[in-house]
Design a protein around this ligand. Structure first.
Ligand SMILES: Cc1cc2nc3c(=O)[nH]c(=O)nc-3n(C[C@H](O)[C@H](O)[C@H](O)COP(=O)(O)OP(=O)(O)OC[C@H]3O[C@@H](n4cnc5c(N)ncnc54)[C@H](O)[C@@H]3O)c2cc1C
Length: 386
């Protein structure tokens, strides 16, 4: 039959719901996660694993990411399972003079937000990362950029939460949210009600649908990314890599005047290289397309010639939970007591999972957070602040 009530009920067992559950158990709360499919069946199991700082928008976004990155070092011990976290540092590759000019400005903004980032020339970039071709004329480097296995991370959060008393219902869709006197008091599944003092919307790209169940308009839409995975090869990449156009494609189209598509690369412990990714608004269609995959592959080969003859063994698509201003939606919702938002992390949910889980757990248990959540509230969209 399963539980009839929960102190805290979390909708969605992706990396965000899982991290919130883990952090709640550390504060003595035993939450219930309700997942319509399997853990990590959404974006958290269909993405890269970059814990990258250089790709974050200077300002609040980058500051939040820095806080999250700090926590990854201790997470490895706290979670007690292997999450393949490593900290090789990251290079952002610059391929044209116009990108270089734009990145010089961007680096200045990043430094103002507290990121230690350095601009190096093409030869220095090749000295540090010998697989790069002469197409790379310069690069920016941050020693903090890291990577993790997103799937392993999600399951590690869940296992640690479960062993501390959290419960997980899989294959159970939340179909209704019970609201009484402007307060969320539980959820409805296909065939029953589960009462809860607090309901957390951690439904990722589906957060708008879950919000609608409570009468809320939540501006989260799916933004597809396609990724290709190469055969395992001996260690080739010394760093995680992104292109300057990746930064541009994400939130500053004016950064790169050359057009084209940005890319990211990371080599997993298994030796496979993940190469991403497109950014497309195509609804909930997670399929890959020949055009998307061909575009990514043709962008990589001139920059890393050694990859030209490495076979691609798999491709997949995932849906980023996109918000209009690129920031997640976190915290309480005005006019609906007991309902907490934790969604809309776009292409950064893995990197931001550690801090998101901690902040939401603190908010629920103590009513206070170490990092102010005002700028992340749902109401910013209603107030026209986006
Ligand atoms: C191609 C691509 C590359 C990316 N690369 C990176 C990267 O390198 N670094 C990074 O930090 N981030 C990256 N991301 C972003 C990252 O994957 C997401 O931000 C993150 O996974 C979002 O986690 P989530 O828990 O919010 O959502 P999800 O993982 O989607 O979890 C939400 C869960 O809620 C469940 N759910 C939804 N509705 C209901 C319901 N009604 N009832 C019950 N359950 C429900 C879903 O089944 C799902 O399991 C990438 C994303 C993509 C697509």
């Amino acid at each position: 039959m399963g539980p009839q009530t929960a102190d805290v009920l979390i909708v969605g067992a992706g990396v965000i719901g899982a991290s919130i559950a883990f952090h709640l158990t550390r504060l003595g709360i035993k939450p219930l996660l309700v997942e319509k499919s399997d853990p990590a069946a959404g974006s958290s199991g269909a993405c890269d694993g970059l814990v990258f700082l250089q790709s974050k928008k200077p300002g609040l976004h980058l500051k939040l990411a820095l806080e999250s990155r700090k926590r990854f070092d201790s997470l490895v011990d706290q979670l007690g399972s292997r999450i393949e976290f490593k900290n090789p540092g990251g290079l952002c590759l610059i391929e044209s003079e116009s990108e270089l000019a734009a990145m010089q400005l961007f680096v200045a903004e990043q430094r103002t937000s507290g990121l230690d980032v350095e601009l190096i020339d093409g030869d220095e970039a090749r000295r540090r990362e010998p697989c790069l071709s002469r197409k790379v004329i310069a690069a920016t480097f941050s020693a903090l950029d890291s990577q993790v296995n997103p799937y392993a991370l999600t399951f590690a959060f869940l296992r640690a939460a479960e062993s501390a008393g959290a419960r997980i219902l899989t294959g159970v869709e939340v179909k209704g949210i019970e609201v009484a006197s402007s307060k969320a008091t539980g959820i409805f599944t296909e065939n029953r009600r589960i009462g809860a003092s607090v309901v957390v919307n951690a439904a990722g790209a589906l957060a708008a649908e879950v919000g609608r169940l409570a009468g809320l308009e939540i501006p989260v839409t799916p933004r597809r990314g396609q990724i290709l995975v190469t055969a395992a090869v001996p260690p080739l990449l010394r760093h995680c890599l992104i292109s300057a156009q990746y930064v541009a494609a994400k939130f500053k189209p004016e950064l790169a005047a050359t057009g084209g598509m940005g890319f990211s690369l990371e080599q997993a412990d298994s030796g496979n290289i993940l190469i991403g990714s497109t950014r497309e608004f195509v609804g909930f269609d997670r399929r890959t397309t020949f055009d998307g995959i061909r575009t990514i592959a043709s962008r990589i080969a001139p920059v890393i010639p050694a990859l030209k003859n490495v076979p691609v063994i798999r491709t997949f698509g995932g849906l980023r939970p996109y918000t209009p201003d690129g920031l997640p939606i976190l915290g309480k919702v005005a006019g609906l007591e007991g309902f907490i938002m934790a969604a809309g992390h776009e292409g950064d949910g893995i990197a931001l999972s550690a801090i998101t889980g901690e902040l939401i757990a603190d908010l629920i248990v103590t009513g206070r957070t170490q990092f102010p959540l005002d700028a992340f509230r749902l109401e910013r969209f209603l107030e026209g602040a986006a």
